[in-house]
Design a protein around this ligand. Sequence first.
Ligand code: NAG
Ligand code: NAG
Length: 436
Amino acid sequence: MYEGNPRHCWTMAGKQGRQWRSMCKGLVLGTFLTSCMILLYCLSTPQIHLSLPEVPVPYSCAHRPSQLHPKPTTNSSHQTHGQTCAPKVDIMFMKTHKTASSTFLNILFRFGEKHRLKFAFPDSRNDFFYPSLFERSQVKDYRPGMCFNIICNHMRFNAPEVAKLLPVDTSYITILRDPAELFESSFHYFGRLVPFTWKIPGDDKLTEFLHDPHYYFDPEGFNSFYLKNLLFFDFGQDNTLELDDPRVEEGIKFIIDRFQLVMLVEYFEESLILLKDALCWEMDDLLFFKLNARKGSTVSKLTPELRARALKWNAIDWKLYQHFNQTFWKKVDAYGRQRMAEDVAELRRRNEEMTSICIEGGRAVEAGSIQETAMQPWQPIGEKSIMGYNLKKNVDKAHRKLCRKMLMPELQYLTELGVNLWITKLWGHVRDIINW
Ligand SMILES: *[C@@H]1O[C@H](CO)[C@@H](O)[C@H](O)[C@H]1NC(C)=O
Ligand SMILES: *[C@@H]1O[C@H](CO)[C@@H](O)[C@H](O)[C@H]1NC(C)=O
């Protein structure tokens, strides 16, 4: 009867209200995603079968011996010993989901441009075939023996493959977020991409889900990882383990051993100061505007009860977070609480200064009020809840370029850095057509 005729489907949608409409969208989406997966699979198959020769990675991919660009010893620096150190330029940033990582990517992009670093980017899209495990062959223009400085797009972490791509001296860094907040954000942002959520009744699907997650959750379901221990999953681990499974402890140990710095969203500025200290960067490198922020009305405030449920449901991520929250504050103690407070205050002051220089009206606005398409952020499925910025009209020449880059959303910046995003863009056009 339906014969896959979308017009028939839409007519019915008109008659039977929103539920049909959302089911139709689901079908269109499902079909589209499946086609995409098949297409991508076909495109990537030859690469997978090509066994790459093993060429040892270099020790470092810094352009010049590190002594040649020492950190200037200015008086504004709080470094009392006046030591010089060279900024670390070989960086693996494990970009976790819904963790302010777009804001951090903007910082990395600017740092990379400043030092003319080579990024290992994905090809044709903005992630490394997530949720498949990372493989070197997914890197754009990859050939064994090449030198890359930075990798920072979404991936499902796969340590051996990353180690075969990046130099030995690479600094591994990542960022975590309170798992209850992360779960709420992920549910908001990705919920509609997870088919088992379509059958959850009511308007407040999150609350309903958390009241009986075992009933609704389908571990085998398409995209189900977005809704359980997403952090642990991003690190390449099994997100469905029971908390007392020994592999949970092993997985956390593995992350501890691998990553030199684990930043926390809740203490973003403090994290950046620790980063500056660990990688020998400058305060100028840390300037940022908060990108991809959600409109206030769509940010749900979890009640204490829901928060407790969310943490129980994401128990592995909660354990992971608590561990790194402890080590974080040990690092802050080692850095010096007072010194940290002063540096954070300086960073905030500098960011505010940049805000008044660059941003029209001094704050983020809703998508509809953003004048330039170049400044439009990518929106979640089904709504326009992500805010963006308008660049001030007459920024002085000295700041114009910096302002533009600081405000540029991730996809636009990737394009500017030479990444061809045709799959991502095609997906955007399809969404425009079906008005999702
Ligand atoms: C640092 O400050 C001292 C005096 O406070 C000044 O003599 C010196 O030139 C300054 N150094 C730099 C690199 O600005
Ligand atoms: C993280 O650690 C700090 C300092 O010990 C503590 O105040 C805070 O409550 C912890 N956060 C979480 C979410 O456990």
